[in-house]
Design a protein around this ligand. Structure first.
Ligand code: KMH
Ligand code: ZN
Length: 277
């Protein structure tokens, strides 16, 4: 399993809009379709957000439930990861609305930061509270790290017993306000992880595919998708997340890494057989 790479598809997020790329999905049907297209290109995990039909971000359980039902009804065994980050400005209880039946993982954002011109608030007591909810629901946390200080919070969470294996680390580089998506920054964060654990890199914007190439070389896993980046190449809009997954898969093959199936991803990520598909 050592050379397998888990490809995660981040198909919509909370920030990107159809005005910027008409392929951004909004309805549960569109989001599920985007997830399935990404799965067919080799994605093993889908990182889910939801939207209202007009494109506003939604953490409504009914929206997440419909997306998951549609994915499963199509026979896909994709690993389902629900965002608890939601959108900037949402209260924590609203953010937790995504953790519906059928979710297998939930994100755990590891600190407060500037997020473009806004502030993404994740006070330490809220991180502890979200971690407790994930534990109660027996979901595997994915710790989202955007900046070096968040590694210290990860270490603190482990030391205090708020977090324990299995958990996954997502190194999100390139958000304006966090660390940029350079090889130097990725190496620094990976070397600073408190203990050996699987990790993924997500490069934002122009960093997406170059950072994927570095992550593949360093033994990490890769996240791509319209949530993070709207372009396949400079000036060329991606027709959907599936095109970005396909590009990431090609990089993986070139690096001698084979994409993991969802079943293999569950083993790598420590997701128990009782959950999910
Ligand atoms: N939309 C960002 C403010 C997550 O999914 O947990 C937070 C986010 C992280 O996307
Ligand atoms: Zn997200």
């Amino acid at each position: 399993m050592g050379d397998k790479v888990v490809l995660t598809a981040a198909v919509v997020g909370a920030e990107v809009t159809r005005e910027k790329n008409p392929a951004v999905p909004y309805t549960p049907e569109e989001i599920a379709r985007a997830a399935l297209e990404a799965w067919r290109e080799g994605a093993a995990v889908v990182h889910l957000h939801a939207r209202w039909p007009d494109g506003r971000p939604s953490q409504e359980g009914t929206h997440f439930r419909e997306i998951i039902d549609r994915i499963r009804a199509s026979g896909s065994d994709l690993v389902i990861q629900c965002s608890t980050g939601g959108a900037v400005g949402m209260p924590v209880e609203e953010r937790l609305g995504s953790l519906v039946e059928g979710a297998e993982m939930g994100t755990l954002n590891m600190g407060t930061m500037n997020f473009g011109d806004e502030v993404f608030v994740n006070a330490r007591p809220d991180i502890v509270r979200i971690a407790a909810r994930l534990r109660a629901l027996r979901l595997v946390p994915e710790c989202e790290i955007y900046d070096a200080g968040m590694l210290e919070t990860l270490r603190w969470m482990l030391d205090q017993g708020h977090l324990a294996h299995p958990y996954h680390v997502q190194l999100v580089l390139g958000v304006p306000g966090g660390m940029s998506g350079t090889e130097r920054n990725l190496r620094f964060l990976v070397e600073g992880l408190p203990e050996p654990t699987p990790w993924t890199a997500a490069g934002i914007g122009r960093f997406e595919l170059p950072l994927a190439e570095v992550a593949l070389r360093l033994g990490g896993h890769v996240r791509v998708g319209l949530e993070d980046n709207l372009f396949l190449a400079k000036g060329v809009l991606a027709k959907g997340t599936h095109e970005l997954v396909s590009a990431a898969r090609a990089l993986a093959v070139k690096a001698g890494r084979e994409p993991a199936t969802p079943a293999e991803a569950r083993r790598i990520l420590g997701i128990g057989p009782s959950r999910g598909a």
